[in-house]
Ligand binder design. Structure first.
Ligand SMILES: [Cu+2]
Length: 111
């Protein structure tokens, strides 16, 4: 006869499996300096949710924006911001700094 999991062990399994998925989110650091992104090209694993940590080293604010990623977020001068992207299909996803569109250009490459 199939043994039923007790309520406690079921909860335990759920917590453990959620713990492992939270811990596995890769963090990618992108710095803004002199109205440029460093790195400007970010390679991430496809089909994986990642956390972008944007660090603005300029004293002026910048707005991280991407139409294809459907993301838009202001990073204050000398501030930080977090943006989650993905899971993405393999491909290229351009982003830009709306306050400095002629220089602040980058892309995420999911492979
Ligand atoms: Cu915008």
């Amino acid at each position: 006869m199939k043994k039923k999991l007790s309520a406690t062990s079921l909860i335990l399994v759920t917590i453990l499996s959620s713990q492992s998925s939270i811990a596995a989110t890769p963090i990618i650091e992108i710095r803004i300096r002199d109205h440029l992104f460093y790195p400007a090209e970010v390679v991430i694993p496809a089909n994986t949710k990642v956390k972008l940590l944007l660090i603005n080293e300029d004293p002026t604010p910048e707005e991280f924006e991407s139409y294809v990623l459907n993301r838009e977020k202001v990073i204050v001068g000398n501030g930080k911001a977090i943006i989650f992207v993905g899971p993405l299909d393999a491909g290229e996803y351009p982003f830009f700094g709306e306050f400095n569109m002629s220089t602040a250009l980058g892309k995420i490459i999911a492979e």
